[in-house]
Design a binder for this molecule. Sequence first.
Ligand SMILES: [Zn+2]
Length: 318
Amino acid sequence: MDNRVGYVVYHRKYSRLQKFIMAIAVIFIILPSVLCVILFDRMNKMQSQIDELAAAGRQDSLAGQAEDEDDGMDGALYNESDDTQALKDASDIKHSMSSDVIRDEDRYHGARVYLTFDDGPSDNTDAILDKLGEYGVKATFFVVMKEDEASVERYKRIVNEGHTLAMHSASHVYSQIYSSYDAYTEDVNQLRSYLKSVTQVTPVYYRFPGGSSNTVSSVPMSECIEYLDSQGIIYYDWNVASGDTDKAYVSSSTIAANVIKGVEGKQSSVVLMHDTNKKTTTVDALDSILKYMSDTGKNVLPITEGTTPVHHRISDAK
Ligand SMILES: [Zn+2]
């Protein structure tokens, strides 16, 4: 195209050689420049996707590291190079629910946001529950096993106030939980019976320590998932990371901004947050987060039988 334009305009003035040079210039300078711009744009888009996936994949394992002093978590086993596991969006997963269950997507108009709190209960549980109560919304707590009196009261409060009490791990020590198939099933069963004895409710929702895409497990994750299936337990990963465990200290404004950015444009967001003693800024961020959800008309919901799971891609190492 440019060759012909050049020819029409310049054919009288320039010799063949000059035209040849012009053509070469077009081919070797302009075309590559255009290609560069296109490729650069594509690269940027892919990079932002990678960042998003990496952020989502990293969260829960770092949570373990941050809590090391509290519960002896072995976060060091985690392989960060595998962070960029692809996420499947909720819409990709067709969960086998009985047909008489009304799905959340049919029940609610507008976007749905499922706030989830891992690793509790903690000294912050009550403040989280107070804030959720203030906004009249329910959330999901993926808890660990704690037998002290205050924790027992917190499990009960979660249930009594209509939130979803869900399982995370009895010990939350990766090196134990994932050391063998028997150790894995024991951890799940121990927590399940404990929560039932405390609250009289048998929990059916579950989140893997490190997420289902963790690469620390000696047990193939497909076997863990099969076990959960056999027990009627439904697991949930997440597709929005609050980033509250990215570092030892993350400001409440950063957490709120991460969540708000994460839920934008999604019909269904499962948001990963943490309920641990140190994560006071997570509590502080809730006000901005809940105000935003309310202002933008998003439904803040607990995970229930009508909720389509979000699953990460499992690595099935070993
Ligand atoms: Zn955890």
